[in-house]
Design a protein around this ligand. Structure first.
Ligand code: HEM
Ligand SMILES: *[C@@H]1O[C@H](CO)[C@@H](O)[C@H](O)[C@H]1NC(C)=O
Ligand SMILES: *[C@@H]1O[C@H](CO)[C@@H](O)[C@H](O)[C@H]1NC(C)=O
Length: 318
């Protein structure tokens, strides 16, 4: 009788542990029994958005990055300002710069129609970044799911932890290191600057610097749409050659001293120069590393199990 009791006890502990393990870790199958079509619904929604506006692929990948670097990949960036929430949207690196909020909200509406209250905004954002990559010729990677959404945002952390385009290489390396990403991850992820656009005031100093790390012809071309004074918000492609394709051309640009941002060009110096050369010569190595690093970035400090919530709308807590 006693051993029977012990056996039952052991079994119930095993069941309990198994239950916790299922709930409290990411899995590619997380929605299989809960919302079978979630990933397909999201993919359709993102494909539609990118076919309407190709730049949106870039904007969604950046949105995910700016979410993950501030209290983890918890969709905190999507929360609107309220009496109790100081939004990350209003933080310096995000305001008048980060885009795509409405696209994630639309994907959320599509998923809510199929399975109300099941799929987190944080997972939608992570899948959207992957689907955006694929939609512009970039790599596919397997996304593990089960993130939950925050009930808070942190504007001041957005202002300290998101890297500025004016900093030195060592500052970039440490900004990624504190998020658990190494220098190689950082260089691979910066390859996202092979798509999308930047505003004039963020690269003006560089193109007017006459610096030895800027190609003179490149600077002249870029000055046409980015005057010495005014035109702060004028947009320029981060990669002029193939702005609509997530390829490895970004790294060729750096070798030719044609990086648009100072923070791009510094990657072709010091300890990361060899990685830039490698990615410029080996597109498949870049694609594989980019996918791996995106997956790693997408798992920074996530909320699991009973932590956090499933928001009904991405812009507000329930
Ligand atoms: C290494 C540090 C990084 C710095 C300093 C940086 C800085 C910037 C800046 C200044 C812009 C232009 C913003 C504007 O003009 O409003 C930009 C755009 C962009 N960034 Fe980064 N970035 C970094 C890393 C990343 C990473 C890790 C990703 C994603 C994996 C990323 C993806 C993008 C994309 C796709 C755009 C274009 C967005 C669009 O067109 O809407 N960046 N970045
Ligand atoms: C925001 O993040 C900083 C660290 O970057 C932390 O010290 C602070 O407590 C956080 N604030 C809130 C409201 O969570
Ligand atoms: C760059 O060169 C131009 C023309 O030679 C000059 O007018 C300008 O002042 C220089 N800029 C800097 C920052 O030295």
């Amino acid at each position: 009788m006693k051993s029977f009791f012990n056996l039952m006890h052991t079994i119930s502990i095993l069941l309990l542990l198994n239950g916790i393990a299922c709930e409290a870790k990411l899995s590619t199958k997380f929605y299989d029994g809960r919302c079978r079509d979630a990933a397909a619904i999201i993919r359709k929604s993102i494909e539609k958005a990118v076919s309407r506006e190709r730049r949106m692929a870039a904007s969604l990948i950046r949105l995910h990055f700016h979410d993950c670097f501030v209290q983890g990949c918890d969709a905190s960036i999507l929360l609107d300002e309220t009496d109790t929430i100081q939004s990350e949207k209003a933080a310096v690196p995000n305001a008048n710069s980060v885009r795509g909020y409405n696209i994630i909200e639309a994907a959320k509406r599509d998923v809510e129609r199929a399975c109300p209250g099941v799929v987190s905004c944080a997972d939608i954002l992570t899948l959207a970044a992957r689907d955006a990559s694929v939609a512009v010729g970039g790599p596919w990677w397997n996304v593990r799911l089960g993130r939950r959404d925050s009930t808070t945002a942190n504007r001041s952390q957005a202002e300290t932890d998101l890297p500025s385009p004016f900093v030195h290489l060592n500052t970039l390396i440490s900004a990624f290191a504190i998020k658990g990403l190494n220098a190689r991850d950082m260089v691979a992820l910066s390859g996202a600057h092979t798509i999308g656009q930047a505003q004039c005031f963020l690269f003006r100093d560089r193109i007017y610097s006459n610096g030895s790390d800027v190609d003179a012809g490149f600077a002249t071309t870029r000055r046409r749409r980015c005057p010495r004074n005014g035109g702060d918000g004028n947009l320029a492609a981060l990669d002029l050659a193939t702005p609509d394709w997530l390829d490895n051309n970004f790294f060729n640009n750096l070798i030719e001293r044609k990086g648009l941002l100072q923070s791009d060009q510094v990657l072709f110096s010091g300890s990361t120069a060899a990685i830039v050369s490698e990615y410029s010569k080996k597109p498949r190595v870049f694609a594989a590393d980019f996918g791996r690093a995106m997956k790693k970035m997408g798992e920074i400090q996530i909320l699991l199990g009973q932590n956090g919530i499933i928001r009904r709308r991405c812009s507000a807590i329930n």
